[in-house]
Design a protein around this ligand. Structure first.
Ligand SMILES: [Cu+2]
Length: 98
């Protein structure tokens, strides 16, 4: 392999592994319902060990800021992060999955 090709290949591998790490930080889910005025969202999602959820479920989350729901519609596939705030599961990050 020519040195320049080897470099491009190594770079592609590096970038690929970086985005794989970033993606695994977020939980995959699907939006069932959005209630922007109440700042709540119903999400169906797979196991999220970090949140103590061992199996798939559908549940209501609060959102940190109702503005986060502007681009989020029922039926959308999403990636999100959540944490417990005052005993309530609260979405801290949400984005539409591509
Ligand atoms: Cu859950």
């Amino acid at each position: 392999m020519r040195p320049i090709l080897r470099l491009v290949f190594a770079l592609a591998l590096f970038i690929g592994s970086q985005s794989a790490v970033a993606q695994s930080d977020l939980i995959d889910g699907q939006v069932m319902k959005v209630d922007q005025s109440a700042g709540k969202i119903t999400i169906k999602h797979g196991p999220a060990k970090r949140l103590g959820m061992e199996s798939s479920m559908t549940m209501v989350y609060k959102v940190q800021d109702p503005a986060m729901l502007k681009a989020i519609k029922a039926g959308n596939k999403i990636k999100f992060d959540a944490e417990q705030v005052n005993g309530q599961y609260t979405v801290t990050k949400i984005e539409n999955a591509r």
